[in-house]
Write a protein that binds this ligand. Structure first.
Ligand code: AMP
Length: 397
Protein backbone atom coordinates (compact mmCIF):
# COMPACT_ATOMS: atom_id res chain seq x y z
CA UNK A 1 0.00 0.00 0.00
CA UNK A 2 1.46 3.38 -0.95
CA UNK A 3 1.97 6.08 1.64
CA UNK A 4 -0.55 8.90 1.97
CA UNK A 5 -0.22 12.20 3.82
CA UNK A 6 -3.09 14.50 4.73
CA UNK A 7 -1.85 18.05 4.09
CA UNK A 8 -3.63 20.78 6.02
CA UNK A 9 -3.45 24.51 5.36
CA UNK A 10 -5.43 26.27 8.02
CA UNK A 11 -6.37 29.95 7.74
CA UNK A 12 -8.31 32.24 10.05
CA UNK A 13 -11.73 31.16 8.78
CA UNK A 14 -10.82 28.32 6.43
CA UNK A 15 -9.17 24.90 6.27
CA UNK A 16 -7.78 23.65 2.95
CA UNK A 17 -6.75 20.02 2.77
CA UNK A 18 -5.41 17.46 0.34
CA UNK A 19 -4.81 13.77 0.63
CA UNK A 20 -1.55 13.15 -1.24
CA UNK A 21 -0.32 9.78 -2.47
CA UNK A 22 3.40 10.28 -1.97
CA UNK A 23 4.26 7.32 -4.21
CA UNK A 24 2.58 8.74 -7.32
CA UNK A 25 2.70 12.41 -6.27
CA UNK A 26 -1.04 12.64 -7.00
CA UNK A 27 -3.67 14.32 -4.86
CA UNK A 28 -6.41 11.70 -4.43
CA UNK A 29 -8.87 13.96 -2.61
CA UNK A 30 -9.06 17.47 -1.31
CA UNK A 31 -11.33 20.22 -0.27
CA UNK A 32 -12.03 23.40 1.55
CA UNK A 33 -13.98 24.42 4.66
CA UNK A 34 -14.84 28.11 4.72
CA UNK A 35 -16.62 30.59 7.00
CA UNK A 36 -15.38 28.90 10.15
CA UNK A 37 -16.50 30.76 13.27
CA UNK A 38 -18.26 33.52 11.35
CA UNK A 39 -21.66 33.06 12.99
CA UNK A 40 -23.69 31.63 10.12
CA UNK A 41 -23.21 28.23 8.54
CA UNK A 42 -19.83 27.12 7.29
CA UNK A 43 -19.44 25.89 3.70
CA UNK A 44 -17.69 22.65 2.81
CA UNK A 45 -16.47 21.36 -0.51
CA UNK A 46 -14.88 17.96 -0.91
CA UNK A 47 -13.47 16.50 -4.13
CA UNK A 48 -12.84 12.78 -4.09
CA UNK A 49 -12.75 9.82 -6.44
CA UNK A 50 -16.56 9.74 -6.48
CA UNK A 51 -16.90 13.39 -7.44
CA UNK A 52 -17.65 16.62 -5.67
CA UNK A 53 -19.69 17.06 -2.49
CA UNK A 54 -20.90 20.46 -1.24
CA UNK A 55 -22.38 21.08 2.18
CA UNK A 56 -23.35 23.83 4.55
CA UNK A 57 -23.45 23.23 8.29
CA UNK A 58 -22.48 25.00 11.50
CA UNK A 59 -18.67 25.13 11.85
CA UNK A 60 -18.10 27.19 15.00
CA UNK A 61 -14.35 26.54 15.28
CA UNK A 62 -11.39 24.69 13.75
CA UNK A 63 -12.11 21.54 15.81
CA UNK A 64 -15.56 21.38 14.23
CA UNK A 65 -13.99 22.06 10.81
CA UNK A 66 -11.57 19.14 11.10
CA UNK A 67 -14.37 16.87 12.38
CA UNK A 68 -16.51 17.85 9.38
CA UNK A 69 -13.62 16.95 7.05
CA UNK A 70 -13.24 13.55 8.72
CA UNK A 71 -16.99 12.94 8.36
CA UNK A 72 -16.74 13.71 4.64
CA UNK A 73 -13.85 11.29 4.17
CA UNK A 74 -15.79 8.62 6.10
CA UNK A 75 -19.02 9.16 4.17
CA UNK A 76 -17.93 9.80 0.57
CA UNK A 77 -14.37 8.50 0.66
CA UNK A 78 -11.66 7.72 0.26
CA UNK A 79 -11.52 6.03 3.65
CA UNK A 80 -8.64 7.45 5.66
CA UNK A 81 -8.34 4.23 7.62
CA UNK A 82 -7.95 2.20 4.44
CA UNK A 83 -5.53 4.40 2.43
CA UNK A 84 -2.60 4.03 4.81
CA UNK A 85 -2.24 7.49 6.26
CA UNK A 86 1.33 7.88 7.58
CA UNK A 87 1.34 11.52 8.67
CA UNK A 88 -0.49 14.82 8.72
CA UNK A 89 1.52 17.69 7.20
CA UNK A 90 0.75 21.25 8.30
CA UNK A 91 1.65 24.46 6.54
CA UNK A 92 2.95 27.04 9.02
CA UNK A 93 3.79 30.50 7.71
CA UNK A 94 6.35 31.84 10.17
CA UNK A 95 9.10 29.64 11.65
CA UNK A 96 11.34 32.54 12.72
CA UNK A 97 14.99 31.77 13.46
CA UNK A 98 14.02 28.61 15.27
CA UNK A 99 12.58 26.36 12.55
CA UNK A 100 14.84 25.88 9.56
CA UNK A 101 13.56 22.38 8.80
CA UNK A 102 10.24 20.54 9.06
CA UNK A 103 9.58 19.33 12.62
CA UNK A 104 7.48 16.74 14.34
CA UNK A 105 4.83 18.63 16.29
CA UNK A 106 4.70 18.16 20.05
CA UNK A 107 3.51 20.48 22.79
CA UNK A 108 6.83 22.37 22.81
CA UNK A 109 6.61 22.98 19.05
CA UNK A 110 3.03 24.21 19.42
CA UNK A 111 4.21 26.62 22.12
CA UNK A 112 7.04 27.86 19.88
CA UNK A 113 4.67 28.47 16.96
CA UNK A 114 2.50 30.46 19.36
CA UNK A 115 5.52 32.46 20.55
CA UNK A 116 6.26 33.38 16.92
CA UNK A 117 2.74 34.76 16.44
CA UNK A 118 3.69 38.42 16.96
CA UNK A 119 5.77 38.10 13.76
CA UNK A 120 2.79 36.65 11.82
CA UNK A 121 -0.38 37.63 13.66
CA UNK A 122 -2.66 36.87 10.70
CA UNK A 123 -1.15 33.46 9.94
CA UNK A 124 0.45 31.58 12.83
CA UNK A 125 -2.59 31.60 15.17
CA UNK A 126 -4.93 29.99 12.58
CA UNK A 127 -2.14 27.60 11.49
CA UNK A 128 -1.86 26.54 15.13
CA UNK A 129 -5.62 26.19 15.52
CA UNK A 130 -5.56 23.72 12.61
CA UNK A 131 -2.66 21.79 14.13
CA UNK A 132 -4.42 21.51 17.49
CA UNK A 133 -7.68 20.38 15.91
CA UNK A 134 -5.92 17.79 13.74
CA UNK A 135 -3.92 16.46 16.70
CA UNK A 136 -7.21 15.97 18.58
CA UNK A 137 -8.64 14.15 15.59
CA UNK A 138 -5.53 12.01 14.88
CA UNK A 139 -3.72 11.60 18.21
CA UNK A 140 -1.96 8.45 17.03
CA UNK A 141 -0.43 9.92 13.83
CA UNK A 142 2.76 11.97 13.53
CA UNK A 143 2.03 15.62 12.72
CA UNK A 144 4.72 17.51 10.80
CA UNK A 145 4.93 21.30 10.59
CA UNK A 146 6.46 22.65 7.37
CA UNK A 147 7.39 26.33 7.48
CA UNK A 148 7.08 28.86 4.65
CA UNK A 149 10.19 30.60 5.93
CA UNK A 150 12.41 27.50 6.23
CA UNK A 151 13.79 27.46 2.66
CA UNK A 152 15.07 31.01 3.21
CA UNK A 153 17.13 30.20 6.32
CA UNK A 154 20.17 30.26 4.02
CA UNK A 155 19.76 33.99 3.25
CA UNK A 156 23.18 35.55 3.86
CA UNK A 157 23.37 38.18 6.59
CA UNK A 158 23.72 40.95 4.01
CA UNK A 159 20.43 39.91 2.40
CA UNK A 160 18.42 39.31 5.56
CA UNK A 161 19.46 42.39 7.53
CA UNK A 162 17.46 45.63 7.50
CA UNK A 163 19.65 48.69 7.87
CA UNK A 164 18.10 49.81 11.15
CA UNK A 165 19.38 50.12 14.73
CA UNK A 166 20.88 46.72 15.52
CA UNK A 167 19.60 46.60 19.12
CA UNK A 168 16.02 47.29 18.07
CA UNK A 169 16.34 44.72 15.29
CA UNK A 170 17.69 42.04 17.64
CA UNK A 171 15.22 42.68 20.43
CA UNK A 172 12.20 42.42 18.15
CA UNK A 173 13.39 39.88 15.58
CA UNK A 174 13.22 42.49 12.82
CA UNK A 175 14.89 40.91 9.78
CA UNK A 176 13.93 39.55 6.40
CA UNK A 177 12.53 36.02 6.69
CA UNK A 178 11.03 35.40 3.23
CA UNK A 179 7.93 33.30 2.49
CA UNK A 180 6.50 30.88 -0.11
CA UNK A 181 9.58 28.78 0.72
CA UNK A 182 7.82 25.46 0.14
CA UNK A 183 6.94 26.54 -3.39
CA UNK A 184 10.38 28.00 -4.14
CA UNK A 185 12.00 24.78 -2.87
CA UNK A 186 9.75 22.51 -4.94
CA UNK A 187 10.11 24.57 -8.12
CA UNK A 188 13.89 24.88 -7.72
CA UNK A 189 14.31 21.12 -7.38
CA UNK A 190 12.03 20.36 -10.33
CA UNK A 191 13.84 22.94 -12.47
CA UNK A 192 17.23 21.39 -11.70
CA UNK A 193 15.81 18.00 -12.71
CA UNK A 194 14.45 19.46 -15.94
CA UNK A 195 17.84 21.05 -16.70
CA UNK A 196 19.47 17.67 -16.06
CA UNK A 197 21.63 19.04 -13.24
CA UNK A 198 22.03 18.44 -9.53
CA UNK A 199 20.06 20.88 -7.35
CA UNK A 200 23.28 22.29 -5.89
CA UNK A 201 24.64 23.04 -9.37
CA UNK A 202 22.00 25.51 -10.51
CA UNK A 203 21.49 29.25 -10.13
CA UNK A 204 17.87 30.24 -10.59
CA UNK A 205 15.49 33.16 -10.38
CA UNK A 206 12.12 31.76 -9.30
CA UNK A 207 9.02 33.98 -9.58
CA UNK A 208 6.06 32.68 -7.57
CA UNK A 209 3.25 34.87 -8.90
CA UNK A 210 -0.04 33.97 -7.25
CA UNK A 211 -2.47 36.19 -5.41
CA UNK A 212 0.52 36.64 -3.10
CA UNK A 213 3.79 36.93 -5.02
CA UNK A 214 7.48 36.64 -4.29
CA UNK A 215 10.67 36.13 -6.25
CA UNK A 216 13.77 34.31 -5.02
CA UNK A 217 17.39 34.14 -6.14
CA UNK A 218 18.63 30.57 -5.72
CA UNK A 219 22.37 29.86 -5.78
CA UNK A 220 23.41 26.22 -5.82
CA UNK A 221 19.93 25.19 -4.67
CA UNK A 222 19.88 27.63 -1.72
CA UNK A 223 17.84 30.79 -1.30
CA UNK A 224 20.24 33.75 -1.23
CA UNK A 225 17.79 36.62 -1.77
CA UNK A 226 14.02 36.89 -1.74
CA UNK A 227 11.53 39.69 -2.11
CA UNK A 228 9.30 39.16 0.94
CA UNK A 229 10.69 40.36 4.25
CA UNK A 230 9.59 40.46 7.87
CA UNK A 231 6.09 39.75 6.59
CA UNK A 232 4.63 38.76 3.22
CA UNK A 233 3.95 42.43 2.43
CA UNK A 234 7.34 43.41 1.00
CA UNK A 235 8.49 43.05 -2.59
CA UNK A 236 6.46 42.45 -5.73
CA UNK A 237 3.08 43.97 -6.52
CA UNK A 238 0.39 41.44 -5.50
CA UNK A 239 -3.35 40.93 -5.84
CA UNK A 240 -4.22 43.05 -2.80
CA UNK A 241 -0.80 43.92 -1.28
CA UNK A 242 1.36 46.89 -2.22
CA UNK A 243 4.74 45.21 -2.06
CA UNK A 244 7.57 47.76 -1.72
CA UNK A 245 6.68 51.27 -0.61
CA UNK A 246 8.75 53.94 1.08
CA UNK A 247 8.20 53.29 4.83
CA UNK A 248 7.63 57.03 5.20
CA UNK A 249 4.32 56.60 3.34
CA UNK A 250 3.03 55.13 6.60
CA UNK A 251 4.04 58.12 8.76
CA UNK A 252 2.67 60.44 6.12
CA UNK A 253 -0.71 58.69 6.16
CA UNK A 254 -0.75 58.80 9.96
CA UNK A 255 0.18 62.47 10.19
CA UNK A 256 -1.51 63.93 7.15
CA UNK A 257 -4.44 61.60 6.47
CA UNK A 258 -5.08 60.79 10.17
CA UNK A 259 -5.17 57.07 9.49
CA UNK A 260 -4.65 54.59 12.34
CA UNK A 261 -2.08 51.78 12.31
CA UNK A 262 -4.82 49.22 11.67
CA UNK A 263 -6.28 51.27 8.83
CA UNK A 264 -2.89 51.52 7.14
CA UNK A 265 -2.31 47.80 7.69
CA UNK A 266 -5.60 47.10 5.92
CA UNK A 267 -4.80 49.59 3.17
CA UNK A 268 -1.42 48.04 2.35
CA UNK A 269 -2.38 44.37 2.82
CA UNK A 270 -5.93 44.30 1.47
CA UNK A 271 -6.66 47.42 -0.57
CA UNK A 272 -3.44 47.88 -2.52
CA UNK A 273 -1.67 46.03 -5.31
CA UNK A 274 -3.85 45.25 -8.30
CA UNK A 275 -7.12 45.82 -6.45
CA UNK A 276 -5.89 49.18 -5.21
CA UNK A 277 -4.68 50.39 -8.59
CA UNK A 278 -7.15 48.67 -10.94
CA UNK A 279 -10.16 47.88 -8.74
CA UNK A 280 -9.83 44.13 -9.39
CA UNK A 281 -7.29 41.70 -7.96
CA UNK A 282 -7.58 38.80 -10.39
CA UNK A 283 -5.16 39.20 -13.30
CA UNK A 284 -7.79 37.87 -15.74
CA UNK A 285 -10.05 40.78 -14.79
CA UNK A 286 -7.13 43.19 -15.14
CA UNK A 287 -6.54 42.00 -18.72
CA UNK A 288 -10.25 42.31 -19.53
CA UNK A 289 -10.22 45.88 -18.25
CA UNK A 290 -7.06 46.69 -20.24
CA UNK A 291 -8.71 45.29 -23.36
CA UNK A 292 -11.72 47.53 -22.69
CA UNK A 293 -9.42 50.57 -22.61
CA UNK A 294 -9.27 51.11 -18.83
CA UNK A 295 -6.25 53.36 -18.20
CA UNK A 296 -6.00 52.46 -14.48
CA UNK A 297 -5.82 48.76 -15.30
CA UNK A 298 -3.15 49.44 -17.94
CA UNK A 299 -1.07 51.35 -15.40
CA UNK A 300 -1.54 48.59 -12.80
CA UNK A 301 -0.31 45.96 -15.25
CA UNK A 302 2.66 48.15 -16.14
CA UNK A 303 3.57 48.68 -12.47
CA UNK A 304 3.29 44.93 -11.84
CA UNK A 305 5.61 44.00 -14.72
CA UNK A 306 8.00 46.91 -14.11
CA UNK A 307 8.54 45.77 -10.51
CA UNK A 308 8.99 42.17 -11.60
CA UNK A 309 11.64 43.13 -14.16
CA UNK A 310 13.36 45.29 -11.55
CA UNK A 311 13.78 42.23 -9.30
CA UNK A 312 14.89 39.95 -12.15
CA UNK A 313 17.67 42.42 -12.94
CA UNK A 314 18.64 42.81 -9.30
CA UNK A 315 18.79 39.06 -8.72
CA UNK A 316 20.75 38.53 -11.92
CA UNK A 317 23.29 40.98 -10.54
CA UNK A 318 23.40 39.15 -7.18
CA UNK A 319 23.82 35.73 -8.78
CA UNK A 320 26.30 36.74 -11.49
CA UNK A 321 25.40 33.67 -13.52
CA UNK A 322 21.81 32.50 -14.07
CA UNK A 323 20.86 29.09 -15.49
CA UNK A 324 17.11 29.65 -15.56
CA UNK A 325 14.28 32.07 -14.86
CA UNK A 326 11.20 30.17 -13.70
CA UNK A 327 7.55 31.22 -13.44
CA UNK A 328 5.06 29.50 -11.16
CA UNK A 329 1.67 29.88 -9.35
CA UNK A 330 -1.60 31.28 -10.74
CA UNK A 331 -0.24 34.26 -12.69
CA UNK A 332 3.15 32.72 -13.46
CA UNK A 333 1.63 29.56 -14.90
CA UNK A 334 -1.27 31.11 -16.79
CA UNK A 335 -0.39 34.61 -17.85
CA UNK A 336 1.67 34.78 -21.05
CA UNK A 337 1.33 38.59 -21.19
CA UNK A 338 2.96 39.08 -17.78
CA UNK A 339 5.74 36.60 -18.63
CA UNK A 340 6.45 38.42 -21.88
CA UNK A 341 6.31 41.97 -20.50
CA UNK A 342 8.40 41.19 -17.42
CA UNK A 343 11.28 39.77 -19.45
CA UNK A 344 11.08 42.05 -22.51
CA UNK A 345 14.33 43.75 -23.44
CA UNK A 346 16.63 41.48 -21.43
CA UNK A 347 18.32 39.90 -24.47
CA UNK A 348 21.69 41.34 -23.42
CA UNK A 349 21.40 39.24 -20.26
CA UNK A 350 20.72 36.14 -22.35
CA UNK A 351 17.05 36.13 -21.28
CA UNK A 352 14.70 35.67 -24.23
CA UNK A 353 11.09 34.46 -24.40
CA UNK A 354 9.92 32.64 -27.53
CA UNK A 355 6.45 34.05 -28.33
CA UNK A 356 5.08 30.78 -29.69
CA UNK A 357 6.36 28.68 -26.81
CA UNK A 358 5.12 31.26 -24.32
CA UNK A 359 1.60 31.52 -25.74
CA UNK A 360 -1.26 30.38 -23.53
CA UNK A 361 -1.68 28.78 -20.13
CA UNK A 362 0.81 26.14 -19.04
CA UNK A 363 -0.61 23.20 -17.13
CA UNK A 364 2.67 21.28 -17.38
CA UNK A 365 6.36 22.05 -17.14
CA UNK A 366 7.28 24.01 -20.28
CA UNK A 367 10.41 25.70 -21.63
CA UNK A 368 9.43 29.06 -23.12
CA UNK A 369 12.87 30.28 -24.24
CA UNK A 370 14.25 29.45 -27.70
CA UNK A 371 16.56 26.46 -28.18
CA UNK A 372 20.14 27.31 -27.33
CA UNK A 373 19.25 30.35 -25.21
CA UNK A 374 21.89 31.28 -22.64
CA UNK A 375 19.28 31.39 -19.87
CA UNK A 376 16.46 28.84 -19.95
CA UNK A 377 13.06 30.39 -19.21
CA UNK A 378 10.46 27.94 -17.95
CA UNK A 379 7.04 27.57 -16.45
CA UNK A 380 7.00 24.97 -13.66
CA UNK A 381 3.61 24.51 -11.98
CA UNK A 382 4.06 24.58 -8.22
CA UNK A 383 2.83 21.85 -5.92
CA UNK A 384 3.16 22.94 -2.32
CA UNK A 385 0.98 20.10 -1.02
CA UNK A 386 3.23 17.47 -2.59
CA UNK A 387 6.31 19.22 -1.21
CA UNK A 388 4.79 19.27 2.30
CA UNK A 389 3.76 15.61 1.97
CA UNK A 390 7.24 14.59 0.79
CA UNK A 391 8.94 16.55 3.56
CA UNK A 392 6.61 14.96 6.12
CA UNK A 393 7.38 11.45 4.86
CA UNK A 394 11.11 12.18 4.79
CA UNK A 395 10.91 13.24 8.43
CA UNK A 396 8.78 10.41 9.79
CA UNK A 397 10.63 7.83 7.70
P1 AMP B 1 -2.67 31.38 -6.72
O1 AMP B 1 -2.56 32.26 -5.52
O2 AMP B 1 -1.39 30.74 -7.13
O3 AMP B 1 -3.82 30.42 -6.65
O4 AMP B 1 -3.03 32.36 -7.95
C1 AMP B 1 -4.29 32.98 -8.04
C2 AMP B 1 -4.21 34.09 -9.08
O5 AMP B 1 -3.77 33.58 -10.33
C3 AMP B 1 -5.53 34.75 -9.39
O6 AMP B 1 -5.85 35.76 -8.45
C4 AMP B 1 -5.27 35.35 -10.77
O7 AMP B 1 -4.73 36.65 -10.64
C5 AMP B 1 -4.21 34.45 -11.37
N1 AMP B 1 -4.73 33.64 -12.47
C6 AMP B 1 -5.41 32.50 -12.42
N2 AMP B 1 -5.74 32.07 -13.67
C7 AMP B 1 -5.25 32.98 -14.53
C8 AMP B 1 -5.25 33.14 -15.96
N3 AMP B 1 -5.81 32.24 -16.76
N4 AMP B 1 -4.64 34.22 -16.48
C9 AMP B 1 -4.06 35.14 -15.68
N5 AMP B 1 -4.01 35.04 -14.33
C10 AMP B 1 -4.61 33.99 -13.77
Amino acid sequence: MSEHVLVVNSGSSSIKYQLVDVGTGESVAGGLVERIGEGGDGTLRHDGPSGRTDRTQPVPDHDAGVRAVLDLFAEVGPSLTEVGLVAVGHRVVQGGDRFTEPVLVDDAVEAAIEELSPLAPLHNPPNLAGIRAARHAFPELPHVAVFDTAFHHTLPAAARTYAIDRDVAREHGIRRYGFHGTSHAYVSRRTAELLGKATDEVNLIVAHLGNGASITAVRGGESVETSMGLTPLEGLVMGTRSGDVDPAVIFHLQRVAGMSTDEIDTLLNRRSGMIGMAGVNDMRDVHDAVAAGDADARLALDVYCHRLKHYVGAYYAQLGHVDAVVFTAGVGENDDIVRELALAGLERLGIVVDPERNAGRKKTETVISPDGAEVTVLVVPTNEELEIAQQAVALVG
